[in-house]
Design a protein around this ligand. Sequence first.
Ligand code: AHR
Length: 505
Amino acid sequence: MKVRATIHRDFALAQIDNRLYSAFIEHMGRAIYTGIYEPDHPTANAHGFRQDVLDLVKALDIPAIRYPGGNFVSAYKWEDGIGPQADRPVRLDLAWRSKETNQVGINEFARWADEAGIEMMLAVNLGTRGIEDARNFVEYCNHPSGTAWSDLRRSHGVADPYGVKMWCLGNEMDGPWQIGHMEAKEYGRLADETSKAVKAFGGGIETVVCGSSNDEMPTYPDWERQVLEECYENVDYISLHKYFGNSSRNSLNYFAKIEETGRYIQSIAGVIDYVKAKKRAKNDVFICFDEWNVWYHNREEDSKNWHSWDWPEAPALLEEDYNLEDALFVGGLLNEFIRRSDRVKIACIAQLVNVIAPIRTQTGGPAWATSIYYPYQFASLYGRGTALNVAVDGPRYDAEVAQDVNYLDVAAVLAPGGKEITVFAINRHLETEMDLNMALHGFTNVTLIDHQVMGGDASQARVANTCAQPDLVKPRKGDKLSVEDGGLTGQLPAFSYSVIRLSVG
Ligand code: AHR
């Protein structure tokens, strides 16, 4: 299968915001407890954080992390998680029917984020609470001293304010499952007023208003229109959420869901433009895709657990064993974010540890990288800079969710400084190797730095990394690509994900 592709130094799509490679972690399942925090674990540091997990997290170079939820935040009292740990109340978490011990709260999490080198992005509870609790939380986190909330923080051993810049105004407020779910207009008004209060603290705070929980909600996309009509001038981002799966075991249709996601982004960009025009607004609102991932392997089984009345503490929920096919899918979805980086400025993989996550742990045992860890890592490490347009001329296919889908899924990024290009390429074809010929215009002295590849055999699509066999799905060095006449040429194996790094002049 022959594919011609072309890129040109001057044909840029957008400057990529580094926060495109952010993450999300919730007080849910074993994400926090026995995920990042396990004081009895052999690798735990002085603050109770698992060092083996921290090492895997650090290697991802994550720019920002959204916390503490998710559905959890909609009934959460952040004050339960401050002060001496022994005095903190145990509560029932209504979202995931679990027991919350509050041993990790904002100060423990901030310490972990600091150790991991990640900026915090915090969500306020607009389900059971409102403006006052949100403003108190911001004052506790961001005000230096001399007020009740800031001095309380100082009395808890945190002298310097955190200066948190990104605040999410609730979570999935359109979802009937949400504690405190609202109608669009009602939520839009509350988000507007809360955003004004949160921003009144200064320091360049940015806010994220809730869009639909996904593009299949009956109120989508009118929810976005109604909400933005209430708050457009006072917010900076609108959130998108989407989870994916391949229950029908049709790989090509699964991969085509990436095109469907492109339509979702495009539709919300249209709604943003419509409201901006209608309001004669001067400011821009961008997209924060703050929950995305593959979630289907154990979904049915899991939902039985989160509907039980046992109220377990840190139960194993949504612990997906991701396979090779999921890695190809995640690589493609990250490519779509790069291609849409003019509108999508922040995106968060949901979640980071144990719960639908690139990193898994065993309580008291090892931590390991799932298959999707690698495409996420490559995008975070090499997907920063300028997104370049890639023109593709090659065979296509029709799927149920999208037609005319390219077998080659590709994105290209010119690194800051203009001396390196990274090409992320997925050959979605199940059986056929791809003969790639990529012309690189506007560049000189092109040389191949590295080619890493995952996959190559669709019969291995469902092979996954597990605790017992954590290294089955991993990148390896590719040897079938070279630079000829200033262009990239060679073969991409069938059913494979590639990261190709080129030095350019
Ligand atoms: O990430 C798991 C859950 O998915 C989140 O709590 C919620 O926001 C979404 O529905």
